[in-house]
Design a protein around this ligand. Sequence first.
Ligand code: C2E
Ligand code: CA
Ligand code: CA
Length: 751
Amino acid sequence: METARLKKLLSHQQDILSKIALGLPLSDVLEEICLSIEEVIDEKSARCSILTLVGDQLFHCAAPNIDDKYCKAINGVHIGPSSGSCGTAAFSGKRVIVQDIEVSPLWKDYKGLALSSGLKSCWSTPIISTQSQILGTFAIYHDKPKAPSVLELELIDYFVHFSSIALEKNAELLKGRQLLTDLEQSNEKFEAFTKVMPDLTLILSESGVYTDIYGSSDKLLYNSQKELMNKKVNDVMPKKDAKSIMAVIDKTLETNDVQVFEYELEINGQMMTFEGRTAPIEHYQSDKPFQRHIVWVARDVTVRKKAEKEVERLAFYDPLTGLPNRRMLNDKLTAYADKIKLTNKTGALLFLDLDNFKRINDSLGHSAGDEVLVELSNRLSSVIGKSDTLARAGGDEFIILLEYVGDDNEQAIIESEIVAKKLQSVFNEKFEVGKLAFQVTCSIGICLIDKINSITDNILKFADTAMYRSKIKRGNSCSFYDPELQTLLQNQAELETDIVRAISCDEFCAHFQPQINTQGKVVGAEALIRWNHPDKGLIAPNEFIPIAEQYGLIQTLQNTVLRDICILINELNGFDAIDESFNISINISQCQFNSVTLKNELLTVINGYGVKPSRVKLEITESMLSGDIESAIQQMEDLKRHGFVFSIDDFGTGYSCLTHLSSFPVKELKIDKSFIDKILDGGIGFSIVETIINLGKSLNISVVAEGVEKLEQLEMLKKIDVNAMQGYFLSKPMAHGDYLQWHKEHLKENT
Ligand code: C2E
Ligand code: CA
Ligand code: CA
């Protein structure tokens, strides 16, 4: 190459490289390249074009001396095996020399376009990157058919090389720019995100420096962002808090893993609970490549925590008194019982039940009752020890768990009794509701807890049983659990279940014991209930009546007895075996006598059999008349109006109602067997019987002697003019059929 051309080339090279180095726009650099080659190449009609390859399309980059129309037309041309010089060169990666466009098969589709722009030959060289990637094409056009010289090809390669540098450099620049935009966008997103995020995000360095703080406001922060930024945790936080924060940072970095934890901080005078999550960040700041950081996300869970605590409170505490409830007591007792098994110590469970609480509730209303319970729980709390638990088990029941009362049972009994006395002492002072003040008492049951007695359910049951025992003692007392009482109650409960079963199996019936007057005439009979038990045989009433009364089953049993009475009356009537005055007595329990439904119950049954009420004598005891005299009289008068008659059973044994006797509509007195037993002794027995008989006479009430077992007794009673007699001497109580038989035979004998 001659010196002049070489000089030109060098100066062009300098221009181009400096433009690339200065980062001028790609089009400027490529245009410069085009103009340079056009100047140094021999043929003055040479025109240069540079296209870039994007995907499989070529796009216009620079062609300063080629027709705009042509440039536009080929912009976006698809590369292929016969797609003009450039499209084919880019496709094959090889230089394509077309000397005459007009005849070249590669230009078949494009030649019209080229020729009309005055382009007749085209030599195209692919621009290939250092990574062997095709970046575009570099082409020289002429306005006549022409083949390149060796020098021209050399020059082309020379400028293709510059084009490659420019394109590669530009691609890098674009990539960098893209990265920057991407980064900016992601930063923007992150900022928007942290603005709406309810959580607080902190970046802390390994030495505890607040490096970055993101969050909607400062309200979750210990101090304002400004105050904290670039400061150390140790310098801004109280020592205790700083220490635990540093411990979390250390642990996160040490384990190199996410940590989840809960912590509390006082912020603006308010205790707040946070759920924290931390994760390590290896390279956070490019200027401090060896400094490690952590990201700390703090979520305010104060409200949730409060709600959780509230839920727990509702589940384990009594809402009225704030005391632990039965559930919590159960849990505590179970845990305690497990513990005590391993020791020789003794604890105690106390059951406390108010004696007259129902009356307060009924007469003063529930809110008054509530006031008493709250006041009481305060008083009780003040007398129990720190390690003891006072719980409200529901209603007016309290349970106290004493974790330690002694090393042996003896000491435990003494100590727990002292506690029980203390508990009872809080009742000394009257309870006040509004202007009213009233005395309340309680019954306490105590069950000791030790190695042997350490089953939760049993302890609770035993303490309850002991409390029940105090109730039986008329309240206001304290009792220890007694295994015998337990058996008794257990038997009673079993009996109750059996009675219910027996009722449905119709195992109950009445037996009848006749009553005879001094002339030997049958004037009546007493119906006595019997239980025909399938396994145990005939069971006497004393064994089951009290339970039936206690469990509210007595009325059902009574209806059975009444049914049997009616059937018997109707049969006796049918045989013409009785006159108008004959009646059968039925024993009435206290609870029935008090009930307002008694009349209807009785009438329903007897009306069903068409039996007149005057045939039924109701036996009540003296004690039933000793309480509320007014309502007793009212009840009796009401029944009397319907035709029922009354007899006072076991007369002489109860609280004497002699003074009021004349006020009650009574038809008969039954002298208790205990007096008949002593009638022959010549002592007080005889005079009592005689007095009762005289009293009856004066009040026009007939007198019946019960439990007549001997002829001598009968003779004596005849002598003092008793009205009627009943007892084994005459007949034992008999089943329905036997009685009917007896009655008929007796009639025969006496006619
Ligand atoms: P009660 O009303 O004083 O009945 C008399 C009890 O004395 C009956 O016992 C009867 O069998 C028994 N008895 C009669 N004559 C003699 C005698 O000469 N010697 C002796 N040793 N005993 C005699 P029972 O049938 O065992 O009834 C016991 C108690 O059960 C009754 O005492 C009554 O209080 C109650 N009872 C019985 N049936 C009923 C009933 O249907 N309803 C209710 N509420 N209580 C009933
Ligand atoms: Ca009786
Ligand atoms: Ca009796």
